[in-house]
Write a protein that binds this ligand. Structure first.
Ligand code: FPP
Length: 249
């Protein structure tokens, strides 16, 4: 980690934490054991990102489609989430971390929502890293909901349709106020976005690793950051323009 250029780290890191089930299966363990180990990785990575001064960390913890998993696994994941949020709030306070959730919170069990609300309130005054968990989250659903909100405002005469632009659309998403991710990491060798932050990832660098989430650690994070630092982010411009500092007319 110390060989990294601390001035060129992603301001916003997004992670698809994949491979808990396969990690467990390889060890002849139950899937839930993989998720439990995955929570330990969450603790390590949250702490490390906060230590490195990452501004925003967004973790895909439960997708809108994950409700289709066996009932026992869903129940166990909800219990783990509740336990994690309750158990980590004190550490979030110590590390000046602000807690946030994106997704359809109304789908979540009431007791999980209570823990979420309590953690959001307790950490609201913190000024360090913003930790966002995506829960019951689906990006297409988020985009449709944003379009619906803008359409309603327009129909009610509160919004001129001509005034709808990228900024107002961005501001209607769950992630309003959060800059777009600079880097997306997906573990376990899958190379998909899986309905995660489709709008927000427009210019993100993508990093895929074979490592399953329970085995992802500080060294793997450093490897991903080193790879990120080797990329040239052109945002549609040419290398020459980037070197000159500004686009040609
Ligand atoms: C993917 O592994 C992981 C998930 C669906 C959930 C991620 C959840 C955790 C890391 C634990 C709970 C999180 C928090 C923040 C407390 P998978 O089950 O899809 O693995 P597989 O593809 O190998 O089956």
């Amino acid at each position: 980690m110390d060989s990294l250029d601390r001035k060129n780290l992603p301001a916003h890191l997004a992670v698809i934490m994949d491979g808990n089930g396969r990690w467990a299966k390889q060890r002849m363990l139950r899937r839930i054991v993989g998720h439990q180990k995955g929570v330990e990785t969450v603790r390590v990575i949250v702490e490390e990102c906060s230590r490195l001064g990452i501004g925003y960390l967004t973790l895909f913890a439960f997708s809108a489609e994950n409700w289709l998993r066996p009932k026992t696994e869903v129940k166990a994941l909800m219990a783990l989430l509740k336990q994690y949020i309750r158990g980590e709030t004190a550490r979030m306070m110590q590390n000046d971390i602000r807690f946030n959730v994106i997704g359809n919170r109304c789908d979540l069990p009431e007791d999980v929502n209570r823990e979420i609300e309590s953690a959001i309130q307790k950490t609201a005054g913190n000024r360090g890293m913003l930790l966002t968990l995506a829960l019951s989250y689906g990006s297409r659903q988020e985009i449709v909901a944003a379009a619906k909100r803008l359409a309603k405002d327009a129909a009610a005469g509160r919004l001129d349709p001509e005034a709808i632009d990228e900024a107002s659309f961005t501001g209607s998403l769950f992630t309003a106020g959060i800059p777009d991710p600079d880097l997306l990491i997906r573990t376990s060798g899958e190379m998909r976005i899986s309905n995660f932050l489709l709008w927000q990832l427009a210019y993100a660098e993508l990093y895929f690793t074979e490592v399953n989430w329970p085995d992802f650690d500080r060294n793997e994070l450093a490897r991903a950051f080193r790879d990120f630092q080797s990329r040239e982010r052109r945002f549609g411009m040419t290398s020459e323009q980037l070197c000159q500092g500004e686009p040609e007319a």
